[in-house]
Unconditional design. Structure first.
Length: 291
């Protein structure tokens, strides 16, 4: 048994060594998903341009100083879409679809940061609704401007540190391939191109998902569960008001999770459940779905 285990480890080390010996220095990544859209690039370009402009205009109009948490969420949405859509539109008419490593890493870092800010902001807004519905008379005391400002700073710092840790595990990797079958730089697919991956890198996806998704979603779930308990013991009018107040946030969270489910399944499973053109369109639209 010991001999068998030693043989397995020796074979694994030799395979990794051979991959690294046969590799060349990767200077850029190729976003291969753009090669599958063909003549539909004009249609996709028009759709993305309309989506991008509508997202920026709608969010900019709604931003008001009195709604700090909402302002934080909408500013992050403009930030995320600006990272993705201009690059997508420029790549539509490119012949090579190449993206240098620094730009790809920068986009990956900013997108992971934005995703974390999105979830944490929704968690903060869920807590805000919990205080407004369950403690209406003390709302102005609990959710004063100073506390809301502190929450906003914590959300951004928490997301930045989380993404920086995740980014540090990827930037030092040596790559044996450069083709990313996506329309943007996906962290999981970049790691798959590495010649050798440490155990920490293999577990980093789960760690990132736990810190970015599970923890904020748990806070969202707890907040709405407490709101539900309070609503069950109040009048019909109060229940309707609570539903009206919470429905937009529930829709936002649901849309975000639908986009994430498609993103994770599309990145991690090789089986093509849909055609390349449909997959490319869904990948493009998931950013808008989350918004």
């Amino acid at each position: 048994m010991r001999f068998l285990c030693d043989s397995v480890f020796l074979y694994s080390d030799q395979t990794t060594k051979n991959k690294m010996e046969n590799s060349t220095e990767v200077l850029y990544f190729v976003l291969a998903a753009y090669g599958n859209i063909g003549e539909l690039k004009y249609l996709y370009f028009s759709i993305m341009l309309l989506w991008y402009l509508s997202i920026c205009v709608n969010n900019a109009v709604v931003i008001m100083p009195m709604y700090i948490l909402l302002c934080n969420l909408l500013a992050n949405e403009i930030f995320a879409t600006t990272l993705v859509y201009p690059l997508m539109m420029s790549q539509m008419f490119s012949d090579t679809h190449e993206l240098t490593l620094p730009w790809c890493f920068l986009q990956m870092f900013c997108l992971t940061t934005s995703a974390s800010i999105e979830f944490c902001s929704l968690a903060a807004m869920a807590y805000d609704r919990y205080v407004a519905i369950c403690f209406p008379l003390h709302y102005n005391v609990i959710m004063n401007t100073r506390r809301v400002g502190t929450i906003t700073v914590v959300v951004w710092m928490y997301s930045f540190v989380n993404s920086m840790f995740s980014f540090s595990l990827v930037v030092g990797l040596k790559f044996c391939g450069n083709v990313i079958d996506k329309v943007f730089c996906d962290r999981h697919l970049i790691i798959k191109l590495a010649c050798s991956v440490s155990v920490l890198n293999k577990l980093s996806d789960l760690l990132y998902a736990f810190v970015t998704i599970v923890i904020p979603f748990s806070l969202i779930l707890v907040s709405y569960m407490k709101i539900l308990v309070v609503c069950l013991n109040t009048s019909e009018e109060s229940r309707q008001k609570a539903v009206t107040t919470c429905t937009p946030q529930i829709v936002s969270v649901s849309g975000l999770f639908i986009g994430l489910i498609f993103h994770f399944s599309d990145s991690r499973f090789d089986a093509a459940l849909v055609s390349d053109k449909v997959s490319s369109f869904l990948t493009v639209s998931q950013v808008s779905l989350k918004r």
